[in-house]
Design a protein around this ligand. Structure first.
Ligand code: NDP
Length: 512
């Protein structure tokens, strides 16, 4: 730890700050930042959290006096932790020259303390190490609870001693945030015995992706979209989250939650809320979250016939084969857990009355696709339909905001095909991010970790947002489970259940 203090001194001398360095001089130099990864021996910590912290360090986005502490029950020395995390640390862009040197500097700031999650004594020992690393500076402490949610309350209770007198303390908690309204409220109540709402950062890493931030920029910094953003011009909105792989070893977790809890009830609903909310008073987290809650509370309760559920099945053809969902040894053979779900929601307010929002999420589908598709209404009395008999109604304008497979925003517009005749074609005005911005895109965990360090809560979920999302989906989930609704089977790598096309057609949604 003493060595870490001298390292800090060296770093202070050599660090060159970029223009958008996010900390004030005081935060950067006078305070110390300790990031405590609870559950450091786990999968998420190794694959995502430590690499994201390294990337922030590499990009000079962390305050100068920072240290990282791993905490878990597994016995490990500091050196063993460093060996473990060095296996997954890579520079985002491999060609960078000083990567090894930076990695070494980063690893020397990583420490480990082994302890039980419900032991005040063990957290007191951790506190002593934190104080030593902070070297008498104001100690800001960020805890990342990368452990099963059943341990969250124990950890915040026992780590109460780990609060430095002058610094802040923030706690990131990983989803799932409960299994239904009741368990979610119990978790919130448990956390709030020891923390204020401001200290709790509920993370859904998908909200840290570029699409989410871009959606707000697109809506509120362009004159051309916001005037069209209502039932007057928009016919339907599709929010699509499809993955081309199955559960891949996460059977135990997934079978308890299913795709509705995993993606629709939390992630897609938040994207929908950002899409449909009224203009917030400002970009402050509370202003945005206030608007999100309003729109979430205006959504009509979805019913069973607004929903299609599916489950992927395996197949074998010649030398190729893919496993079905229930082939996973941790999933029971008669599991009814959906790996695919599509739901149509309606917002009962003046802006969105009657506009279907089709949310779709699925695993083991034919493509990896994360996007928002906005289909606009037909041109009333279209002159070209009348004069040339073209059926332009099939090709209405469509705006696509895409995260996967590659980031893009494009607008489908009708234009004339060059030539002497009059042929109309639907083409794209295309902003392909990798052509326009060749710089690599940070991982969602990087953005969210940096936000938590800065105290920026915009992309984290407030407890009333969580309550509003559960209020919408908990009754539906209960009904699904009570009635033992059998999901429609679809082939691994296919387009998903046929039922989704009937659901889309019922609401006049042109769905590909
Ligand atoms: P792990 O199952 O790997 O658990 C993390 C650590 O928690 C383990 O190394 C173990 O540490 C401790 N632990 C595990 N089970 C128990 C238990 N029953 N009681 C007490 N401690 C336990 O989880 P992940 O790292 O994969 O994920 C961490 C959290 O993040 C979970 O809540 C998960 O749902 C969530 N999450 C994970 C994602 C992922 O991609 N992995 C994605 C999104 C969310 P030790 O034994 O050393 O104490």
């Amino acid at each position: 730890l003493e060595a870490a203090s001298s390292l800090v001194e060296d770093h202070v001398k050599t660090q060159v700050k970029g223009e958008d360095f996010p900390f004030t001089e005081t935060e950067n130099v006078e305070a110390a930042l300790s990031i405590i990864v609870v559950g450091a021996s786990g999968d998420l910590a190794r694959k995502k959290i430590f690499p994201a912290l390294f990337a922030l360090f590499y990009e000079d986005r962390l305050p100068q006096n920072f240290t990282v502490f791993g905490y878990a029950r597994t016995e490990m020395s500091d050196e063993e932790l460093r060996n473990m995390i060095s296996e997954t640390l890579t520079c985002r862009v491999e060609k960078r020259d000083n990567c090894d040197e930076k990695m070494d500097q980063f690893l020397r700031r990583c420490f480990y303390h082994s302890g039980q999650y419900s032991s005040k004594e063990h957290f007191l020992e951790l506190d002593n190490k934190l104080k030593q690393a902070e070297g008498g500076r104001q100690g800001n402490r960020l805890f990342y609870l990368s452990i099963p949610p059943s341990m969250f309350v124990d950890v915040v209770r026992c780590s109460q001693c780990c609060t430095s007198e002058y610094g802040w303390k923030r706690v990131i908690v990983e989803k799932p945030f409960g299994n239904d309204s009741k368990s979610s409220s119990e978790l919130t109540r448990g956390l709030k015995q020891y923390l204020t709402e401001d200290q709790i950062f509920r993370i859904d890493h998908h909200l840290g992706e570029e699409l989410v931030e871009n959606l707000l920029v697109l809506r509120f910094s362009n004159i051309v979209f916001e005037p069209l953003w209502s039932r007057n011009y928009i016919r339907n909105v599709q929010l699509i989250f499809s993955e081309d792989f199955g559960i891949e070893g996460r059977g135990r977790y997934f079978d308890n939650y299913g795709i509705i809890r995993d993606i629709i009830q939390n992630h897609l609903l938040h994207v929908l809320a950002l899409f449909a909310m009224e203009t917030p008073v400002s970009l402050d987290a509370e202003d945005i979250r206030n608007e999100k809650v309003k729109v979430l509370r205006s959504i009509r309760q979805p019913r069973l016939d607004d929903l299609v559920v599916g489950q992927y099945k395996g197949f074998r053809e010649g030398n190729t084969s893919s496993p079905g969902y229930t082939d996973d040894p941790r999933v029971s053979k008669d599991s009814l857990t959906p790996t695919f779900a599509a739901a149509t929601l309606f917002i009962n307010n003046a802006r969105w009355d009657g506009v279907p929002f089709l949310m779709l999420a699925g695993k083991a589908l034919h493509t990896k696709r994360v996007e928002i598709r906005v289909q606009f209404r037909h041109v009333p009395g279209n002159l070209y339909n009348r004069k040339f008999g073209t059926d332009l109604d099939k090709a209405t304008n469509e705006l696509v905001i895409r995260e996967q497979p590659d980031e893009a925003i494009y607008l489908k517009i009708n234009g004339k095909v060059p030539g002497l005749g009059m042929r109309i074609d639907c083409g794209d005005l295309n902003l392909l991010f990798k052509s326009r911005y060749p710089r690599e895109v940070p991982d969602a965990y990087e953005r969210l970790l940096l936000d938590a360090i800065k105290g920026e809560r915009r992309l984290f979920i407030r407890s009333d947002e969580l309550d509003a999302t559960w209020a919408l989906f908990a009754p539906l989930l209960e009904e699904l489970e009570e009635k033992k609704v059998v999901p429609e089977l679809y082939r691994y790598g296919s387009r998903g259940p046929v039922g989704v096309h009937y659901l889309a057609a019922r609401h006049n949604v042109y769905f590909r």
